[in-house]
Design a protein around this ligand. Sequence first.
Ligand SMILES: [Zn+2]
Ligand SMILES: [Zn+2]
Length: 155
Amino acid sequence: MSDWKLPWSASCLCGRVKMRVTAPPLVSMACHCRGCQKLTSGPYSLSLLLPAAAFEKLEGETELGGLHREASTHHFCAYCKNWLYTTNIGGGQFVNFRPAMLEDARWVVPYVESYVSEKLPQVVSGAKHSFAEFPPVEAYPELMAGFAREGCRPG
Ligand SMILES: [Zn+2]
Ligand SMILES: [Zn+2]
C-alpha cells in the first residue's frame, strides 16, 4: 500500500544503531503502565507492533536491558542506552518498535492505549480505544482491523 511510504529509516539517540521497517505496523499503542513509565522515564511508552519480518537492525550494537525477561526482551543501544525495541512478543512473531526512533515520527498517533488505570494525571495520548489494563487477546483482531482501516499514516 503506497500510503505507508515504506521502508522507514530509524536510529537511536547517538546514531550508532540503525534500523529499518519494511512492512506496515499492525497497530500503534501507548502503554501507561508503571513499568513503561520507568522504562521511558516518561508518562507512557509509544510503540508500533510489527510483524517480526518487517523489522531489521542494520548496524550498531544493542544490549538487553529492562527486566531481562525471556518474553518481551528489551533492546537498548549499547552506547547511548536508548530503549529501541522489544522482541519475543507473541512467541517471536512480533517486534514492538519505539516509533520515536523513526527519521520522521510526527505522524504517529496511538490507536490503542493500555493501563489507563496507572496513567499519570493530565496525560492525554490521543488513542481512540482505552483499556484499564492490556486489551484482552480476543480484542486484537478487531483493533488491528480498525487500525488498518483508520489508523495513523505517514504524512
Ligand atoms: Zn545509541
Ligand atoms: Zn506498559
